[in-house]
Design a protein around this ligand. Structure first.
Ligand SMILES: Cc1cc2nc3c(=O)[nH]c(=O)nc-3n(C[C@H](O)[C@H](O)[C@H](O)COP(=O)(O)OP(=O)(O)OC[C@H]3O[C@@H](n4cnc5c(N)ncnc54)[C@H](O)[C@@H]3O)c2cc1C
Length: 459
C-alpha cells in the first residue's frame, strides 16, 4: 500500500482543468492555504488545491493517480493535529464547498463537505429543525460526522454519523458515487464513524431533528469549588433523563483581551448542559446543581436550539492547541477525586481545560442500520487540552496530558473515540477488533494504493 513518486506534475495543467486554485510552495498564498485551524499542525504538502466542486475533487484524485501522489481532504483543519507527514501529498481544501439546503418536508440537510456547522445551524433553525452538531460551530460537518460526532443531543439522539442518510463521494479511483444503505453499503458503513479514510466525501445528507428551544447553557463556580461541584455532578448524572446531555470542565482561562471580562484570567469549574425539553422541567432538573453552591455565573436558561453551537465557549479563532482524550467506562467518587487532583485548585497544570462529558442514553443503543461506530460503550469521555504557544509549552502540555490520562487509567474503557484521540495515531483503539479488521479490509478494497490520507489511519 505505498505510492511511488513519478515525474514532476504539471500543476498548470491541473489548474486549467479545475474551477478552484492550485497553490504550490513558493506561491504567495501557499502559507495561508496550508494553514490548519489548529496551528500546531505545520503542514507541508506537495501543493494545495482549493476545490470548488465535486468535479474539481474528482480531477484532483485522477491527477494524483497519474502522478503517484496522495490526497488529504481537509475542511477546517480542526482535526489536523493528528495528521502525519504530507510529503508527496496534495492537501485538498474543501472550505469553498459550502452549499447548504434544507428540505423541511423530509427534515434532511444537504451539505457540501467544506461546510462548518455554523452554516447549517441557522439554515435548519429557519424550519424549526436542529442538527446533531458538536460543541463548537466552527468545526466542519464532514470531519466531525465521519468520525462519529458527539454533540449536545448525543444522549437523546446518538452519534451524528448514525443520522447520515447518504453521501456523495469521490473514490480513490476518481469516480463520483452516491452511497447509501442500498448503494455501496460497505463503503457507506465505513464512512459513518470510521473517519474519512475510505473515500473523499463531497456532500452529506443528514437527518435533522425537530427542536426550536432548549433549556441550556453553563454554570460556573470558582475552581476552589471543583470537588463539591464535580461530586454533585457525578451523582446528578445518574438521575437525569436521556434528553439531557452535560459536561464538566476545570478551566484556566488566560488573561487574553478576546476573553470577556468576567472570565478573563480566571480558574473555574464549569458545567455545560442542554436539555431538550421545556423550561420549567429544565429548571427543576438543574436545581440540584444550583444548590451545591451559589454559582459565580449562571448562564443556563431557555435558549433557541441554534444557540447550542456556542454555549460551550470553545475558541472560535485558530490557535495552537494540543489535546488528547480517552473513554471512561464509569466513574466513582475516587475517579472524581483523581479528576480534581489533576486539574483542580491545587494542581500546577498548563492545561487550559480538562473535561468530562456524560455519555449513555441513545449512545448505548445498537442498531444494524448504524455505521462503523455503532455504540459508544462508555460512561464518560475525558478530554484535556492546552495552548502550545511555544515548543516548551507544547512539551509541558503533552506531559500534563499524559499524566491526566495515566491518573484516570483505572476508570479507562481501554477504548477511545477518533475525534478525541488526537495523541493516539491509528484507529484500532477506537473500535472493537472485528470492526477495526473490517475497516482495514475495506480500506484495501476501496483504496488499495492508499491514495487517501486521513488524520487517523486504517492500520
Ligand atoms: C474546538 C473543537 C471542538 C470540538 N468539539 C467536538 C465535539 O463536540 N464533538 C465531537 O465529536 N468532536 C469535536 N471535536 C473534534 C472534531 O470533530 C474533529 O477534530 C473533526 O475531525 C474536525 O472536523 P473538521 O472537518 O473540522 O476538521 P479537518 O481537520 O478539516 O478534518 C479532519 C479529518 O476529517 C476527514 N475529512 C475531512 N473532510 C473530509 C472529506 N471531505 N472527505 C473525507 N474525509 C474528510 C479527514 O480525515 C481529515 O483529516 C472538536 C474539535 C475542536 C478543535
Amino acid at each position: 500500500m505505498s505510492i511511488s513518486p513519478a515525474e514532476a506534475p504539471d500543476l498548470e495543467a491541473l489548474g486549467a482543468a479545475i474551477r478552484g486554485d492550485v497553490i504550490a510552495p513558493g506561491d504567495p498564498g501557499y502559507d495561508a492555504a496550508r494553514q490548519a485551524w489548529n496551528l500546531i499542525a505545520d503542514q507541508h504538502p506537495a501543493f494545495v488545491v482549493q476545490a470548488e466542486s465535486t468535479d474539481d475533487v474528482a480531477a484532483v484524485v485522477r491527477f494524483a493517480r497519474e502522478h503517484g501522489l496522495r490526497v488529504a481532504p481537509q475542511a477546517t483543519g480542526h482535526g489536523a493535529a493528528s495528521m502525519g507527514d504530507l510529503g508527496g501529498t496534495i492537501l485538498l481544501r474543501t472550505s469553498r464547498m459550502t452549499a447548504v439546503s434544507i428540505d423541511p418536508g423530509t427534515r434532511i440537510a444537504h451539505v457540501q463537505s467544506g461546510t462548518p456547522w455554523n452554516a447549517v445551524v441557522p439554515a435548519a433553525a429557519e424550519h424549526g429543525l436542529a442538527a446533531l452538531h458538536g460543541f463548537s460551530g466552527t468545526v466542519g460537518v464532514a470531519g466531525y460526522t465521519l468520525a462519529g460526532g458527539l454533540g449536545w443531543l448525543a444522549r437523546w439522539k446518538g452519534l451524528a454519523s448514525n443520522h447520515v442518510v447518504a453521501l456523495e463521494v469521490v473514490t480513490a479511483d476518481g469516480d463520483v458515487l452516491r452511497v447509501d444503505a442500498d448503494h455501496e453499503p460497505d463503503l457507506f458503513w465505513a464512512l459513518r464513524g470510521g473517519g474519512g479514510d475510505h473515500a473523499i466525501v463531497t456532500a452529506l445528507e443528514l437527518e435533522l431533528v425537530e427542536l426550536t428551544t432548549v433549556y441550556a447553557g453553563a454554570l460556573l463556580w470558582p475552581i476552589e469549588q471543583a470537588s463539591a461541584v464535580a461530586h454533585a455532578w457525578l451523582q446528578w448524572t445518574r438521575t437525569v433523563p436521556e434528553t439531557l446531555t452535560s459536561d464538566i470542565k476545570l478551566v484556566r482561562l488566560p488573561p487574553l483581551p478576546q476573553i470577556p471580562e468576567p472570565l478573563r484570567g480566571r480558574s473555574l469549574v464549569m458545567i455545560g448542559l442542554a436539555f431538550a425539553g421545556d423550561a420549567a422541567q429544565g429548571e427543576a432538573l438543574v436545581a440540584p446543581l444550583r444548590a451545591v453552591a451559589e454559582p459565580y455565573l449562571d448562564m443556563v436558561g431557555e435558549l433557541p436550539a441554534a444557540a447550542l453551537a456556542a454555549i460551550a465557549g470553545d475558541p472560535v479563532d485558530p490557535g495552537p492547541a494540543r489535546g488528547d482524550g480517552i473513554l471512561l467506562s464509569d466513574l466513582d467518587a475516587a475517579g472524581i477525586d483523581a479528576f480534581v487532583d489533576v486539574a483542580g485548585p491545587d494542581a500546577d497544570t498548563p492545561l487550559l481545560q480538562l473535561e468530562l462529558r456524560h455519555l449513555g442514553g441513545a449512545l448505548d443503543v445498537s442498531s444494524p442500520d448504524h455505521g462503523a461506530l455503532d455504540t459508544v460503550d462508555a460512561g464518560f469521555v475525558l478530554y484535556g487540552v492546552g495552548m502550545a504557544m511555544s515548543p516548551q509549552m507544547d512539551a509541558a502540555v503533552e506531559t500534563s496530558l499524559a499524566h491526566a490520562l495515566e491518573r484516570m487509567a483505572p476508570w479507562s474503557a481501554d477504548r477511545t473515540l477518533l475525534s478525541f484521540a488526537e495523541g493516539q495515531p491509528g484507529m484500532r483503539r477506537s473500535f472493537p477488533p472485528a470492526v477495526a479488521d473490517r475497516l482495514v479490509a475495506l480500506k484495501r478494497r476501496y483504496d488499495p494504493e492508499n491514495r487517501i490520507v486521513a488524520n487517523h489511519v486504517s492500520d
